[in-house]
Design a protein around this ligand. Structure first.
Ligand code: WTA
Length: 657
């Protein structure tokens, strides 16, 4: 790995004065670097004391816990707050509805401007109870899994919370996935109920949500009930023996449903994510630890104060939506924005119109959106009243210093805290990020660890910790934190192998990282076969598996290639079976869209005669990467390549594409 960047001096950005001006803003919870250091040190040296205190402060327990932490990385039997009992929906809704029923819980910013809607905690309580009763009436029990395949509407949040109310496990599938991908996830999690909508609306386009569900369910005989929320009211296929309308069912139920009290370590949800293998993994999070991680980071990293309006632009189908649209804000009794549209619909000012209309105080999006808006130009930002903003955040992929500076200057007007937050589906909540009132920033660095995150950099080859401050290696964590995923659904062995046993004694993130002389962390990106396209996590193996299903394809190798807009783009190399040379490449593209979804579409497909392989038959993706990057003079050691004569034609094929 290169260490050149370690010699570059990255300027420190001071904490914006506005943030420290108590006459204008609430005093940040973590208001100095000393305070951060004190809390961080305590969280690492005395995690039981630290998290035990937080668990009492942030969560309502129906039965108190006695043991803060037991188990660990060795056996993958991590357990937090073991004897404790609680209910997630009670914690997110009831206690706030009792205290302040008229407080706004959700601001729904619909796809078409002007159709926004506000839902108070009181209303949310009644809606969640009603829908929980519907699910209960149709036989849903504690521990059952429910698939949620929904657009960004408040009813999706209600569906999450209704499952949690009954102690059921939600498995949310991002609504951009294809019917085949949805089918595989329904089957893997053994979901018997699906919650969906007639159609979705995004960026002025209609998504045929129900039709996709119907296609998926052709091969899911175990799904007995489908609840359909009416989003557009269009005529959609409806199977009366299986399907039920949301609006008709809730009419039949009363708005009171007692919460099912569950154990701290009972599952709250499964969320599928991509890894090195072709098959997506069902990452499982448990109730108390996950909620606590979400709640604590929401309060301290986003510096949440009463009266704030939190605007996280992610989709609820990904972990960012789970943690920072739904659970983190609602546990804290905050007002959260649910944004159904895109950054450029109906114009590239949409985000800023939304910020000024709802007086958003914390705004959170992904680098891919920042790059896109930067390309459109600052004229779409200027002139909008962004004075409510105190903090702007970024998540999902490394943010380039240029994009960071633009975000800071144009959106933040140099007076907002800017937080680049690093985390993963598996970590449940943010693990590296500046604390807005305490940590000075550097453009492009996620900066410092969150509370309880005992970060280390390992030498990737020896697995030894690199103790020097300046370091380069792979990112790992030395002790468990509450919101770490507990298993991969139905595959604990894969969980152990992927995260805990790769480097014994540590949780392994799969990301490369650097640490500069100030101790700041710089995420370099994945060191495994995971690629990141517009913040969507994809595995090369998954895309290859999709391509190989096509009858003409003999072999496929997929790589991630740098892309100015999407971060990385998918490039696929294929060899075709004999007599298939005339295959239309459009068919191969469609194949990927069909098996995964349009967000995985290859930007380029190269048909080649042969793929570079080692003598033992492993595809040498490194060679493919170098050829696409035009670095054909740096192909490295080719002594293990089984057929060196293919290099010339390979370079030609890429050139001519
Ligand atoms: C990448 C998203 C650099 C990283 C919350 C990680 C980032 C993967 C950042 C997890 C960031 C996420 N800087 N890289 N601020 N945030 N990543 O599971 O490679 O969808 O391993 O979770 O995204 O993606 P996931």
């Amino acid at each position: 790995m290169s260490t050149d960047h370690l010699n570059i001096e990255f300027a420190l950005h001071q904490i914006p004065e506005r943030l420290l001006d108590e006459s204008k803003n609430p005093k940040p919870h973590v208001h100095s670097i000393e305070k951060y250091n004190e809390l961080y040190q305590e969280s690492i040296s005395n995690p039981k004391e630290f998290w035990g205190r937080c668990a009492k402060e942030f969560l309502h327990w129906h039965k108190p816990f006695e043991t803060v932490l037991s188990g660990g990385f060795e056996h993958g039997d991590i357990s937090w707050f073991q004897e404790g009992q609680l209910n997630a929906s009670y914690n997110c809704v009831d206690r706030h509805a009792i205290k302040d029923p008229d407080k706004v819980a959700i601001i729904y910013e619909a796809d078409e401007p002007g159709q926004d809607r506000k839902i108070t905690y009181g209303q949310l309580y009644r809606d969640v109870c009603r829908f929980a009763n519907v699910l209960k009436h149709h036989g849903l029990k504690k521990g059952d899994t429910v698939a949620i395949y929904m657009p960004m509407v408040p009813e999706a949040v209600i569906a999450f919370l209704a499952c949690a109310r009954l102690g059921a496990v939600h498995s949310v599938v991002f609504a951009g996935f294809s019917s085949e991908a949805l089918r595989d996830r329904i089957k893997d999690a053994d979901s018997k109920i699906v919650i969906t909508a007639d159609e979705g609306c995004r960026g002025g386009k209609i998504i045929h949500t129900k039709k996709i569900v119907d296609d998926a369910l052709k091969e899911c005989p175990n799904v007995k009930r489908v609840f359909v929320f009416r989003r557009t009211g269009s005529d959609v296929p409806f199977n009366p023996s299986r399907d039920l309308w949301w609006h008709e069912e809730i009419e039949k139920q009363r708005p009171y449903c007692p919460p099912e009290i569950v154990n701290a370590e009972d599952p709250l949800f499964i969320l599928y994510t991509s890894g090195s293998t072709g098959k997506p993994k069902g990452v499982l999070h448990t109730v108390a630890g996950y909620l606590l991680g979400a709640a604590v980071t929401f309060k301290y990293v986003f510096d949440y104060h009463e009266g704030d309006v939190h605007g996280c632009m992610a989709d609820i189908g990904w972990i960012t939506g789970h943690t920072y649209i739904i659970y983190g804000p609602l546990i804290n009794g905050a007002t959260t924005v649910l944004f159904e549209s895109t950054p450029i619909y109906p114009s590239p000012s949409r985000y800023w119109e939304t910020v000024s209309k709802h007086k958003i105080t914390q705004f959170y999006t992904a680098p891919t959106a920042i790059r896109l808006l930067r390309k459109y130009g600052r004229e779409h930002v200027d002139g909008h009243d962004l004075s409510s903003l105190r903090l702007i955040g970024s998540v999902g992929e490394p943010i380039q210093p240029e994009a960071w500076e633009w975000y800071n200057e144009v959106v933040g007007r140099n007076e907002c805290a800017i937080i680049d937050t690093y985390w993963q589906t598996e970590t449940g909540s943010i693990i590296i990020s500046p604390f807005p009132g305490a940590v000075m920033t550097k453009a492009g660095s996620a900066t410092v660890p969150s509370f309880g995150i005992d970060l280390v950099i390992l030498d990737p080859l020896t697995g030894q910790e690199i103790k020097e401050t300046k370091a380069e290696g792979v990112l790992a964590i030395r002790q468990p934190w509450p919101s770490i995923a507990r298993t991969v659904y139905n595959n604990h062995d894969l969980y152990l192998r992927t995260y805990l046993h790769r480097y014994k004694g540590y949780y392994f993130t799969g990301d490369g990282v650097g640490r500069d002389s100030d101790g700041y962390y710089w995420i370099r990106g994945r060191v495994d076969d995971v690629i990141n396209v517009s913040g969507h996590r994809l595995s090369t193996a998954e895309i290859e598996a999709a391509l190989i299903i096509h009858p003409s394809v003999a072999e496929a190798a997929v790589i991630g290639v740098h892309d100015d807009l999407t971060g990385q783009a998918v490039h696929a190399f294929t060899t075709l079976k004999p007599h298939c040379e005339s295959t239309d490449l459009g068919e191969l593209t469609l194949q990927v869209r069909k098996v995964i979804g349009s967000f995985a579409t290859p930007k380029k497909i190269y048909v080649v005669k042969d793929l570079p392989k080692t003598r033992s038959g492993k595809i040498m993706r490194r060679v493919l990467r170098k050829v696409v990057d035009g670095e054909t003079d740096q192909l490295g050691d080719l002594s293990t390549l089984s057929n060196p004569t293919l290099i010339g034609p390979l370079i030609e094929a890429v050139k001519n594409s």
